[in-house]
Design a protein around this ligand. Structure first.
Ligand code: 0PR
Length: 382
């Protein structure tokens, strides 16, 4: 039965659940997903989420408990990103955080309809931002390692540029832009520097590497970091952090009749459950727990790349984090053949069209081996 209108009479809970379980059965399983930056949430996140299901951080005076959890989460993230006094909030994800960062940048700037300079590798949320805020989105070239080319950014920046964006963990290649070099461009010109670490925010702090990309770089004004990606929280959990309260307060509107007088978030009603889930995972895992998760994902990454090389497939760049782009002939065909075998991989854009695989905590070494066997067969049959 498929209802096309609201049923006149009640359907029993039992019957409703039967439909739900059947539909859930149609959803695919994470085990074979190489294409997603999300993962099964940690069990503590699920428990926390369920505990706070009915809470609304849009009216925090009614829910001071979960509001406190959100405040603690932001402090912990700020500390992790090199600025314990950072301010921010738990958003619905990377897109909202990026929108809000650029909105704040525009409010600081005298220019209302100027431009933003983003790397050519930027996530498509920046195209939405251009449309929403009526800004010209200028895309800077990448160097041969697929980091943003600093001289290209310099050429594109002008007196109508209200923000420059750098990415710490690009969507397609997991590459990290030279944020400290970008800061050299923005500081003197007093331009907002936003770092999109939606993916890399929960990876870079736990890698044995010394990238300079977070608030430790003077000049970084705001950072996007998503708990519903590598933070193993529930969806929808995004993070937006500002170095200063001034930038964040530029986002505020009056909310006369609510329990608080002003609101900085883009959405009105917003999930307290996601904030509680994020807090729970962070304090439960701690630094050592996150280090283990990241080290497992990097181990998977090395395993995949080594196996791929054995069958003659090379990565576009040596992976920096747990994102791999594999160069194959006819990637579109290969991808659809892999889907027929139950493997979900995505693709990078031209000019570096390749198979894109994210090694999330739900992946296993065994499944990588099975995947490589299938990849080898598909490539042989091309
Ligand atoms: N910034 C970066 C660097 C991202 O990679 C993403 C999303 C965003 C911003 C936007 O984040 P939200 O999707 O939370 O708004 N990157 C993933 C992607 O486009 C999102 C994703 C996740 C897509 C799971 C598919 C999927 O199954 O690949």
């Amino acid at each position: 039965m498929r209802e096309k209108s609201l049923p006149e009479d009640s359907i029993t809970e039992e019957e409703v659940l039967k439909i739900l379980v059947e539909m859930k059965g149609r959803d695919l399983q994470y085990d074979r997903f190489f294409s997603t930056m999300c993962t099964r949430p940690h069990s503590i996140a699920v428990k926390a989420h369920n505990l706070f299901l009915e809470t609304n951080l849009g009216d925090p005076g009614l829910f001071p408990g979960v509001a406190e959890l959100e405040a603690r989460t932001i402090s912990i993230m700020g500390d992790l990103l090199g600025c314990p006094d950072a301010v921010g909030y738990i958003s619905t994800g990377g897109t909202e955080s990026n929108i809000q960062a650029i909105r704040a940048a525009r409010s600081t700037s005298r220019v209302r309809d100027g431009n933003i300079v983003v790397p050519a590798s930027a996530h498509f949320s920046f195209d939405k931002i251009g449309d929403l805020l009526n800004l010209d989105v200028r895309k800077a070239d990448l160097d041969e390692d697929l980091r943003v080319d600093i001289s290209s950014v310099e050429e594109l920046v002008d007196d109508r540029t209200l923000a420059v964006v750098g990415i710490a963990g690009t969507t397609e290649f997991g590459q990290v832009d030279p944020i400290d070099e970008l800061a050299k461009i923005t500081i003197d010109r007093e331009i907002h520097l936003h770092v999109d670490a939606a993916f890399g925010g929960f990876v870079l702090p736990f890698l044995d590497s010394d990238y300079k990309w977070d608030f430790r770089v003077a000049g970084v004004s705001s950072i996007t970091i998503d708990p519903h990606k590598m933070g193993m929280s529930t969806i929808p959990a995004g993070g937006l952090l500002f170095r200063t309260l001034k930038d964040m307060s530029l986002l505020e509107t009056d909310t006369h009749y609510l329990t608080v007088a002003r609101q900085a978030s883009l959405t009105g009603t917003r999930s307290g459950a996601a904030a509680a889930a994020t807090y729970a995972v962070m304090i439960h895992l701690g630094r050592s727990g996150f280090r283990k998760v990241i080290s497992y994902c990097m181990d998977l990454t090395r395993h995949l790349v080594a196996g791929a090389k054995q069958i003659g497939v090379k990565p576009v760049i040596e992976p920096v984090m747990n994102v791999v782009a594999l160069k194959v002939k006819s990637p579109t065909v290969v991808r659809s053949e892999l889907i027929k075998r139950g493997w979900h991989v995505s693709m990078t854009r031209e000019p570096n069209r390749a198979l894109r695989l994210i090694l999330m905590p739900h992946m296993t070494h065994e499944n990588i081996d099975l995947f490589l066997e299938d990849l080898e067969t598909v490539l042989k049959n091309l």
